[in-house]
Design a protein around this ligand. Structure first.
Ligand code: DC
Length: 223
């Protein structure tokens, strides 16, 4: 069984996807980290982020690898561990622009399908249920109010020592939502057969239990 979890920035996808994967002993794949890795490299190489050809050539010529240690998912650009460098607000904005390029998305789609081909994965992103794994047995669309999403991001960033304000984060998230939802190729959209889960006001545990319940129901249906 494959589980697709999509939704806007800060809805809690990676937090709950990770726990759901651990509970089911599935492999967790964070596709946002792949766009972030490319965005990080674009920044490092000084490539113009809006130059679709140059950005997609950079992806073609290098390797993004996801791995895990006991605590977390690690992200590598070739052999460089960039796990802690891809979560800054600058990389977030760059990632959203990089992700609007059709050629980049085509390459990412192939990489992501390859990662999921053995099955039993929990994959999170924006277009997993609609494009990457349209046949996933379980599709979840996770959302929450902008205020709550900004509050969560603020806590995350503060814990890592980054300085920012709630207002700034709300504006950034709104901008990213707009770009991710309005792009021409594979925009952020709830798949017709996805179950909507609003995480506003819910604890992580509550959301995880709700998703596990949905997996159980859909898994039985798929049998
Ligand atoms: O989930 P995240 O914030 O780490 O994602 C970073 C950016 O990558 C986000 O702005 C949208 C983009 N993205 C995407 O377009 N498709 C995906 N499957 C995953 C992420």
């Amino acid at each position: 069984m494959n589980i697709a979890i999509d939704g806007p920035a800060g809805a809690g996808k990676s937090t709950v996807a990770k726990i759901v994967a651990a509970r089911l002993q599935y492999v967790y794949i964070d596709t946002g980290a792949m766009y972030r890795a490319l965005a990080w490299a674009v920044q490092r190489e000084g490539i113009e982020v809006t130059d679709e050809q140059a950005v997609s050539r950079l992806l073609e010529k290098n390797r993004i690898r996801l791995a895990r240690n006991q605590q977390e998912q690690l992200v590598f650009w070739n052999e460089i561990d960039i796990t802690s460098e891809i979560r800054t607000p600058e990389v977030s904005q760059y990632a959203s622009i990089v992700a609007s390029h059709g050629e980049v998305r085509m390459q990412m789609l192939a990489l992501q399908r390859e990662l999921a081909k053995e099955g039993n994965v929990v994959m999170d992103g924006r277009d997993i249920g609609t494009h990457v794994l349209p046949n996933a047995e379980v599709k979840i669309f996770l959302t929450a109010s902008i205020r709550e999403r900004a509050e969560r991001r603020l806590a995350e960033l503060q814990a890592k020592g980054h300085e920012t304000s709630l207002e700034e984060l709300e504006a950034e998230i709104a901008e990213r939502d707009k770009r991710d939802s309005e792009r021409e190729v594979a925009p952020l959209k709830q798949a017709e057969d996805a179950v909507l889960v609003d995480t506003s006001g819910k604890t992580i545990d509550e959301v995880v239990e709700q998703i596990l319940e949905i997996c159980k129901r859909m898994g039985e249906k798929a049998k």
